[in-house]
Design a binder for this molecule. Structure first.
Ligand code: ARG
Length: 326
């Protein structure tokens, strides 16, 4: 706790002093839209270190990308249930971690075999409900700069409409989602605003698949959406200077020709956090829950050790930075 406060303050100070490392994607907002993810852009290597490429073996193509996923601990990946076929043996799947350009694999990426795939027991192909699966790697992986798990929301974490979140993947691109990502197949990222449920329900009113409680909608602009091949992959939203996993790419349809364009539909991760904890045993998961924070922590007293220690750290840092300048 003490050390935590110290390092937080030191980090804050460093952040204030260092030139801000602009998140590459942040700048894309006003630039013209190119036909990627759809409408996304190349990600910077290692910026989405939890991104997984779910691959499946086929005699002709060997292992090939079928879906996205997110690393949530050293031995577990979360993805979409519809990515996994119950009749395919687990040995036919691989989880590729630390990938950036699929046709130009980095020497530091890991291609992990799979021990177990758990599809949610309520998954329903027709309604799309509970489109979530957990994949256990055969061995825990060591985290690196380019391989790192994403934090999960708590069961009651809210994601307000209008919030700007990010979806990433190696899925199909271009108008109508018809084209494969050209070599070197660089991971694509796209910023999408969350859409409130009633607006989303209206979009899909005339469709066979209604929007359910466990679905989250995002992005409803022409040429800006996730596509086939992005499924299972992360929709992350900013929280406390980091990102948390708000959704999993699930489905979307061009069900009406009318504008506005229907949003992409994602699995609402808070709904499944308890299930994720039960199946994985919870070890190594990072759950960022506002409810847990306010219940479990009390602010330190005015002259607590933590405060003294942080003041000292600040003074030392300032001295270190200012002295060489004098
Ligand atoms: N079901 C697709 C897949 O298997 C993902 C579709 C996402 N569609 C969308 N319009 N956002 O990869």
């Amino acid at each position: 706790m003490m050390g935590g406060l110290c390092s937080q303050l030191a980090a804050l100070l460093l952040l204030l002093l260092l030139p801000s490392p602009a998140h590459g994607a942040e700048e894309s907002q006003d630039q013209p839209v190119f036909s990627r993810i759809i409408g996304g852009q190349d990600a910077q290597e290692g910026i989405w270190p939890w991104q997984v490429s779910v691959q499946q073996y086929d005699n002709k193509r060997e292992y090939y990308h079928i879906c996205g996923g997110s690393l949530i601990s050293a031995q577990w990946v979360v993805s979409a249930a519809h990515c996994f076929d119950l009749s395919t043996p687990v040995s036919a799947y691989r989880m590729n971690l630390g990938e950036h350009q699929l046709s130009n694999p980095s020497p530091t990426r890991i291609s992990s075999p799979v021990r177990r795939i758990v599809r949610h027991p309520d998954y329903n192909e027709n309604t799309g409900v509970a489109d979530v699966a957990l994949v256990q790697l055969t061995e825990p992986v060591a985290f690196t700069d380019t391989i790192r798990p994403v934090s999960l929301p708590g069961p009651s974490t809210q994601f307000p409409a209008g919030e700007k979140c990010w979806v990433t993947g190696w899925g199909l691109i271009g108008w109508g989602c018809k084209d494969t990502l050209p070599p070197p197949q660089t991971l694509q990222e796209l910023r999408v605003p969350l859409v409130d449920s009633s607006t989303c329900r209206d979009h899909f009113r005339d469709c066979k698949r209604p929007i359910q409680e466990d679905m989250l909608c995002a992005g409803s602009e022409v040429n800006r959406d996730s596509c086939k091949g992005d499924s299972g992959g992360p929709l992350v939203c900013p929280r406390n200077g980091n990102f948390i996993l708000a959704g999993l790419v699930s489905w979307g349809i061009k069900c009406t020709q009318s504008t506005p364009v229907p949003p992409g539909v994602y699995v609402r991760v808070p709904v499944y956090v308890n299930w994720i904890q039960n199946v994985t045993g919870g070890t190594g998961l990072s759950i960022v829950s506002p409810a847990v924070l306010s219940a479990g922590t009390t602010p330190p007293g005015p002259l607590s050790n933590g405060l003294i220690c942080s003041c000292l750290a600040l003074a030392l840092l300032l001295a270190g930075l200012l002295l060489p300048a004098l």
